[in-house]
Design a protein around this ligand. Structure first.
Ligand code: HSE
Length: 440
């Protein structure tokens, strides 16, 4: 059988997972694609570092150039992460005309357009299924499965760490800090955890999905991001009473049809914790699991669910890319159309201040006659309607929670009104606000 040699850069958690999966299912893969993929060398940080699956010593080197520049290596995996050395590795391989398979969403987010151009210039390709939602084949679904659809809306639970923390907070009524510490102890959250809990990992992934769905490169600077630090057990409890669950969502949503003057469709691309109806299928996604809900204009509603991270789920995505790269090398289209092609229906990312949504607001206020009237007056002056108000019984003392559900209003107007409310002397803590996504 035809053999292609693989050079691997990165032999840690994901890298050794890929090596192991190739050992386990290499035969099956070869049978299915008609090409055998053989690991020729693996570059690692240190030969003796502990790794979840062993890699034979004879394959190891600490010099990535020995792997990438080896003329016998036909394709390269970049599984080291980061954006500096990883960029050099990817660029070097592409310059040599070798297809690269990466799981590195931060690298794509920072340098995607240049890397894809470079791949095209050198007649090769960059494959990135593992960069978004680990084992869920969402990149392939958007590129291939939905090639005949306009993507009207995509909602993703794309960060397992945040979903785990929110699930535990809701289940155990525990505070954010305590759950985060426990998640770190149990290995579900990184130390430091900022990239995940401040929403940047989800921002990178959402940007990649939005770019694929709409054919323009959407840089992180255009994606509003808010993490989950501001979510408290009280918010989860009140949301639940109102029939909602709070999830960190990556949102890519058409906000209307193409503008008659410039022909561009307004698009929302953002990441924030949102209230979603508890009866919606996404609300049932628990723990470290990821899910992406996609609405296409032809297909209707679809849902993809699975492990978003971890050595084995990510290895599954890398193997899928290896198969594509091998087939492209052997039979065909190394110049397969690039991932981010301009589409006839152009989109314009709408600034968040203009995006209209409903809101859940939690205020900590002095329990005194007239307080509600003063707050309602600020919303009234801003033209923002109040849909319902809860001041729960049983909270005694000077400061009590006040929950308001607001009707649809532009984000900027809500932000400014809450700024004014936060400065009222009767409001004793910064207002907490989450948007409500009905997902329809
Ligand atoms: N840290 C990510 C998560 C996985 O928690 O989902 C890698 O993207």
């Amino acid at each position: 059988m035809d053999v292609l040699n693989l050079g691997m850069v990165g032999g840690g958690t994901v890298g050794s997972g890929v090596f192991h999966a190739l050992q386990q299912n290499g035969e099956l893969l070869a049978c299915r694609i008609g090409v055998r993929i053989q690991v020729r060398k693996v570059a690692v940080k240190a030969v003796d570092e502990p790794r979840p699956y062993p890699i034979p010593r004879r394959l190891l080197t600490t010099d990535w150039r020995q792997v990438v520049e080896d003329p016998e290596v036909h394709m390269v995996t970049e599984l080291v992460g980061g954006t500096t050395v990883a960029r050099q590795i990817v660029e070097t391989a592409l310059r040599l005309g070798k297809p690269v398979i990466t799981a590195n969403k931060a690298l794509l987010s920072a340098h995607g357009p240049e890397l894809f151009r470079k791949a095209e210039r050198h007649g090769t390709n960059l494959y990135f299924e593992a960069s978004v939602c680990g084992g869920i084949p969402i990149i392939k679904a958007l590129r291939e499965g939905f090639v005949g659809n306009r993507i009207r809306a995509l909602y993703g639970i794309v960060n397992g760490t945040c979903n785990y923390i929110l699930t535990r907070m809701a289940r155990d009524r525990a505070g954010f800090d305590a759950v985060l510490k426990e998640a770190q102890r149990e290995g579900y959250a990184e130390t430091p955890p900022d990239l995940d809990i401040d929403g940047h990992d989800a921002q990178h992934k959402t940007g990649i999905l939005a770019s694929l769905a709409h054919g323009i490169w959407i840089p992180p600077s255009k994606i509003r991001v808010e993490g989950i630090r501001s979510v408290s057990p009280l918010d989860l409890e009140f949301a639940s009473q109102l029939g909602y669950t709070i999830k960190l969502l990556g949102i890519v949503k058409e906000l209307g049809s193409a503008d008659a003057t410039d022909g561009e469709t307004p698009l929302q691309v953002s990441v924030y914790p949102a209230l979603i109806p508890s009866r919606h299928v996404l609300a049932g996604v628990q723990g470290v699991f990821n899910a992406v809900f996609v609405r296409g204009d032809v297909v209707g509603e679809t849902l993809f669910y699975g492990q978003g991270a971890g050595k084995d789920a990510t290895a599954s995505a890398v193997l899928s890319d290896l198969a594509d790269a091998a087939l492209d090398l052997r039979f065909g289209s190394p110049r397969r159309r690039p991932a981010f092609v301009r589409q006839p229906n152009r989109v314009r990312v709408v600034p968040m201040d203009e995006v209209v949504s409903r809101s859940f607001v939690r205020l900590s206020v002095v329990d005194r006659p007239g307080v509600l009237a003063r707050i309602a007056a600020v919303f009234g002056q801003a033209g923002i309607g109040i849909a319902s108000v809860i001041q729960p019984e049983g909270h005694t003392g000077e400061i009590v929670p006040l929950i308001l559900m607001l009707h649809e209003a532009p984000d900027g107007a809500v932000r400014r009104a809450l700024g004014r409310i936060g400065r009222l002397p009767v409001v004793k803590a910064p207002p907490v606000r989450f948007r409500v996504e009905s997902l329809d």
